[in-house]
Design a binder for this molecule. Structure first.
Ligand SMILES: CC(C)(COP(=O)(O)OP(=O)(O)OC[C@H]1O[C@@H](n2cnc3c(N)ncnc32)[C@H](O)[C@@H]1OP(=O)(O)O)[C@@H](O)C(=O)NCCC(=O)NCCS
Length: 286
């Protein structure tokens, strides 16, 4: 699909390009629809169970899920109710988000793969309904997917406004131009920063506090490119236009400024002395 390619046009440029493995997210349009519909049925089943367990959540569950006709209507309702304010009302956001999902079906397909990823990878996530209603990492990422669509359609100020609302609401700063693949899990999410030219491949997992940022020294294409199934631990920083190949693990609190070959695990920070009053003397002794 042409639009799907343009949404993730850098995918072929990530370090995963050499991989000829079967792509678990590659499906025909009919299969994608079926995938989304199956997930939607699972979400509704979970919602019915939840309301019987905890009647106090009835209002939330009926308004956000059981009274909604489709996955896309429900998702746009959930997201819009989070970021609405007095200037742009929930109904206006919902209409816009629903329009984006109608015109770009890959958005809801990606959302569905993200929910499945959370259930598969997060031991604390009992079912899709839980992720759909309660995971701010999921909410922030789906809002970014809509803002990415706006960005691609020349509505950059509105996309940036959504970015700032996501930042205020969920504490995660995801630039609208950043490219996220399918099946991405952002766990806990607080303090995540993803820069403008970052690319996050299919099946990646990012924990809270992750920075995919620039070094502050360059302009243009300046942010990290993650291949497929990369795990970036909590508070890790990957800085600059570095390529992290498929299946790498970047440990919690690591700082990475160089390319990494496939399947590598990286931990720690180097803490090198680069310059300063005693820089050269210290460097000779370290
Ligand atoms: C990097 C990581 C994937 C390594 O896992 P692993 O390959 O199974 O490595 P091990 O646990 O066997 O540890 C191997 C060595 O690396 C060290 N190590 C592991 N993670 C480290 C980290 N983040 N920073 C520094 N050292 C680390 C261990 O102490 C051990 O050192 P030793 O051999 O001297 O004893 C994992 O430790 C990690 O950081 N995961 C991120 C998870 C996360 O962010 N969780 C947040 C949940 S809220």
């Amino acid at each position: 699909m042409e639009r799907e390619d343009s949404l993730y046009r850098n995918r072929e440029e990530t370090p995963s390009s050499s991989s000829r493995q079967k792509d678990e997210y590659e499906r025909t349009d009919e299969e994608k629809r079926e995938f989304v519909d199956t997930l939607w049925n699972d979400i509704k089943d979970g919602a019915r169970e939840l309301v019987s367990q905890e009647p106090l959540l009835g209002g939330l569950i009926y308004s956000k899920i059981l009274n909604q006709p489709t996955f896309e209507k429900s998702l746009s309702y959930v997201l819009s109710s989070k970021i609405a304010n007095a200037q742009v009302l929930a109904g206006q956001w919902q209409e816009l988000m629903f329009e984006a999902m109608q015109k770009e079906p890959v958005i809801s397909y990606c959302a569905a793969t993200d929910i499945r990823a959370c259930v598969e990878r997060d031991p604390a996530c009992p079912n899709p309904t839980h992720c759909f209603l309660f995971y701010k990492g999921f909410h922030g990422l789906q809002t970014q997917r809509v803002s990415h669509w706006l960005w691609g359609h020349g509505r950059k100020p509105l996309a940036c406004y959504m970015q700032s609302l996501v930042s205020e609401t969920f504490g995660m700063d995801l630039h609208p131009a950043a490219m996220f693949g399918r099946g991405v899990m952002i766990d806990h999410a607080t303090s995540i920063v993803v820069g403008e030219t970052a690319v996050i491949g299919d099946g990646c997992t990012l924990f809270h506090g992750v920075t995919l940022g620039g070094t502050g020294k360059t302009r243009g294409d300046r942010h990290p490119k993650l291949g497929k199934r990369v795990v970036v631990g909590s508070n890790a920083s990957i800085l600059g236009n570095v390529k992290v190949a498929d299946d790498c693990k970047i440990g919690s609190s690591a700082v990475l400024v160089h390319d990494v070959p496939p399947g590598t695990t990286i931990v720690g920070t180097k803490g090198k002395v680069l310059s300063g009053k005693y820089g050269s003397a210290l460097r000779s002794r370290l």
